[in-house]
Design a protein around this ligand. Structure first.
Ligand code: ATP
Length: 202
């Protein structure tokens, strides 16, 4: 496995924007949310297990997992949630590991919004946090997604606090300025990571 940089940050902090910057430099990305989604695609063994356990009412008409239906099933039932986690978590970890190990760039960026919440730090060599002040987080997410301030505030409250996230960071990208200013910081980190990857290879 190449050197793994775990990229995390709160909702609307700019993870996708930053990840695209590294991708433009030729760095491969592994996206934790995408891995979790792909695992339960129609015809997947994981989805078959879920349907066998919860019934076809957790499927949409097109055969895709009905996430809202599943969420409401496990919401009120801790045992059901536990069953689901025991099914999915090992599969997700295994697939993440497979994708990280098959990356061909000098280092790989593991994009994981809930890296710290899901205790995935031990899977990465360094933690890179994208950081902006909370009011800006709220403002940018509202601009992007619409919805209410309360909804976004509730998501922010369910995530790890800014202080705890920053305390876990090896590297921080301050994304409070204009996006144009990001590229210089990304280029600087890219040089650092190439050097670390090189050191590790010998
Ligand atoms: P989420 O976790 O919600 O998916 P994210 O961390 O991936 O979010 P982005 O989608 O990259 O965040 O950024 C959130 C919004 O803020 C987007 O609409 C993006 O275009 C915008 N944005 C990102 N960086 C900046 C910046 N430096 N200045 C202004 N707007 C920005």
């Amino acid at each position: 496995t190449p050197l793994v940089i775990g990229l995390t940050g709160g909702i609307g902090s700019g993870k996708t924007t930053v990840a695209n910057g590294f991708a433009a430099l030729g760095i491969e990305l592994v996206d934790a949310d995408q891995v979790a989604r792909e695992l339960v695609q129609p015809n997947s063994p994981a989805l078959a297990h879920i349907v066998a356990h919860f019934g076809a009412e957790v499927l949409q008409a097109d055969g895709q997992l009905d996430r809202a239906a599943l969420r409401s099933r496990v919401f009120s039932q801790p045992a059901a949630k536990e069953w689901l986690n025991q099914l999915l978590h090992p599969l997700i970890r295994q697939e993440m590991q497979r994708q990280l190990a098959s990356a061909r760039s000098p280092y790989v960026l593991f994009v994981a919004p809930l890296l710290l919440e899901n205790q995935l730090q031990d899977r990465v060599d360094r933690v890179l946090v994208v950081d902006i002040p909370e009011p800006l987080q709220l403002q940018r997410t509202l601009q992007r997604d619409g919805g209410s301030e309360q909804q976004i505030a509730a998501i922010m409250a369910a995530q790890i606090s800014r202080t705890e996230r920053l305390a876990a960071a090896d590297d921080v990208i301050d994304n409070s300025a204009a996006p144009e200013q990001l590229s210089a910081r990304i280029a600087q980190l890219h040089r650092d990571y190439l050097q670390l990857a090189n050191q590790r290879a010998f």
